[in-house]
Write a protein that binds this ligand. Structure first.
Ligand SMILES: [Zn+2]
Length: 329
């Protein structure tokens, strides 16, 4: 359990949350789809967006149906709130905005955990109820949340009744920047939208800031923490994801990946996230090394310059990142 939590009756029920942190396009959705196949875990997707993209915009659940038509989420909202909390939906959405990245500097201040957004106790009580209902309906011992935002991680830290463990996934910033440059269809966005795009220098700046902020929040709050690199997960998914399972008290050998790197994906119910979450059937966990072949030298240099020294600390010193790292915050 987390320290500094005010005593309350509902704290007697603790919901374990495995929070996938890191900057976008680093492989968190792939990791979550694999974790969702593990007995005892349920992947909820990017739960930060459950109010806006889920209930307000009614985007698609990863099972393929509209969010409001998904039978899994209907059961969750019935369990949590006796139905969708329509009357405070706008307020829940607005409260989530209080944990946007722009507020991150305030959230990193000493004592922020006790003093930030003290008027939002009702919001955090609803979050506790929501996560507890996800665990109850799925029968899982831990809810996987791939929201990634360090600012939203802070909201969960302030929420009573959550036992939070953090998996911080990082990927070579050049690969990440290449992905953010590409023009891709977003099958989840309204009106045949496209995935958002960012210039390499901007991606590099976000990559550094988010990763440093994630580490700082995990360290200062003494959270169980595992940092893994996407490249290590691709090279040895069973060993790397096995360490993730151990972080939530599950046996490492439960990783549902075959020796040749294949995993069978069933129906999932993830809200928001990379389009790969819609995939079902057998997939191979392999590196998408297109960036190494197609990314020009100038953008690569820009990204390397902007992300030094953070990338060096993560072992991205050369073209071939080496050993796996494990760290307790
Ligand atoms: Zn669904």
């Amino acid at each position: 359990m987390n320290a500094d939590r005010p005593p309350a009756l509902h704290c007697l029920v603790v919901t374990q949350v495995l929070y996938l942190a890191g900057w976008g396009r680093s492989g968190s959705t792939v990791l979550e789809t694999v974790l969702n196949q593990v007995p005892g875990l349920v992947g909820g997707g990017e739960l930060k967006f459950i109010w806006r993209r889920g209930l307000v915009q009614d985007r698609r659940c990863s099972c393929g149906t509209r969010f409001r038509e998904c039978p899994f989420w209907a059961r969750v909202f019935t369990e949590a709130f006796a139905g969708v909390p329509e009357s405070r939906l706008a307020a829940l959405d607005a409260a989530t905005d209080r944990y946007r990245t722009r507020h991150l500097p305030a959230l990193l201040l000493p004592a922020a955990r006790r003093r930030y957004a003290t008027d939002l106790d009702w919001y955090r009580a609803d979050l506790a109820t929501l996560y507890r209902a996800i665990a109850t309906v799925s029968g899982a011992r831990a809810v996987v949340d791939s929201s990634k935002f360090p600012s939203y991680l802070f909201a969960l830290l302030q929420t009573p009744g959550l036992d939070i463990r953090v998996v911080h996934i990082v990927r070579d910033p050049r690969a990440v920047a290449y992905s953010w440059q590409r023009d891709k269809v977003d099958p989840d966005a309204p009106g045949n939208g496209r995935m958002p795009r960012l210039a390499p220098a901007v991606t590099g700046a976000y990559w550094s800031a988010w990763n440093v902020a994630t580490e700082r929040i995990a360290r200062t709050n003494r959270l169980p923490y595992l940092r893994l690199r996407y490249e290590d997960m691709i090279a040895d998914p069973r060993a790397t994801i096995g360490e993730v399972l151990e972080l939530v008290g599950l046996p490492a050998e439960s990783v549902p990946v075959s020796a040749d790197g294949e995993v069978g994906l069933g129906v999932s119910h993830q809200v928001s996230g990379n389009p790969v979450r819609f995939t079902q059937g057998t997939i191979a966990i392999r590196d998408d090394a297109e960036w190494a072949r197609r990314m020009g030298p100038v953008p690569q240099l820009v990204v390397k310059a902007v992300t030094t020294p953070v990338r060096q600390r993560y072992g991205y010193r050369s073209d071939r990142p080496s050993t796996r790292e494990r760290q307790s915050a």
